[in-house]
Design a protein around this ligand. Structure first.
Ligand SMILES: Cc1cc2nc3c(=O)[nH]c(=O)nc-3n(C[C@H](O)[C@H](O)[C@H](O)COP(=O)(O)O)c2cc1C
Length: 217
């Protein structure tokens, strides 16, 4: 029998480098881009562009990881199956949160916003850049629905592989595409000594300008 871990004793000393108002840009995407680049350059951070997407459906929250694939003034884009649980939840309620957990950097970013589908042509453009096996995988998986066995999934993959031999173009599945999350709030968290962490939240005002405030840790 394995012994129970003492989780309560897990504790880490956070660093000296913090968020100083005089260094901060007036709008958050510039800071986000700097932090994303820092995370991507950090060899301990795996999948720097992985983010936890939380949705609400029938008043119940649910979370899962997706990959950030584009970031513009329109927001944060990820790709998925439009028949999946997350896509159905977004149809129900477009309010979502995104969380980037960059633990090795003692950093976290939490985004609140509203998700909407991107255009079919934008989705097709990205789908065309995906590795062939991922393209076939997207056809083979009816994401979030029950499947009888692993063998069944692999059989479907093989069928689609045979349907589109090498050198043929694999079309974008009708139920596959992107969502873009238009941010209304972006909070940057930086771990500091004595649990006096820095939290800077940017909130979008009615005139589209960002307002910045410091929150208690
Ligand atoms: C690191 C990582 C990256 C992932 N990226 C994606 C992604 O970009 N799109 C996606 O649909 N699922 C992605 N997944 C799988 C999702 O977390 C999830 O299992 C799947 O989308 C089904 O979620 P749903 O049933 O809540 O819709 C990823 C999982 C991990 C661990």
């Amino acid at each position: 029998m394995t012994s129970r871990q003492d989780i309560s004793a897990m504790r880490r000393q956070y660093g000296e480098v913090g968020l100083v108002e005089s260094d901060l840009p007036s709008e958050p995407l510039a800071l986000f881009n700097t932090w994303l680049a820092d995370a991507a350059a950090n060899e301990i951070v795996v999948e720097a562009n992985a983010m936890v997407l939380s949705t609400i459906s029938n008043d119940l929250p649910s979370s899962r990881t997706v990959l950030l694939k584009d970031l513009t003034q329109d927001g944060f884009t990820f790709f998925t199956n439009y028949g999946s649980n997350k896509a159905k939840a977004i149809e129900d309620n477009s309010n979502v949160s995104l969380l980037f957990p960059w633990y090795p950097m003692e950093r976290q970013v939490i985004i609140l916003g509203s998700a909407k589908k991107i255009t079919r042509s934008e989705s097709e453009k990205y789908f065309a850049t995906r590795p062939r096996s991922s393209q076939i995988g997207a056809w083979a998986s009816e994401q979030s629905s029950e499947i009888s066995s692993r063998q069944e999934l692999e059989k479907k993959f093989k069928e689609f592989e045979d349907k589109w031999p090498d050198n043929t173009t694999i079309p974008t599945p009708p139920a596959w595409g992107g969502f873009v999350v238009y941010p209304t709030s972006i909070e940057f968290w930086q771990g500091r000594y004595s649990r006096l962490h820095d939290r800077i939240q940017y909130v979008r005002g009615e005139n589209n300008n960002w307002h910045r405030k410091r929150l208690n840790p």
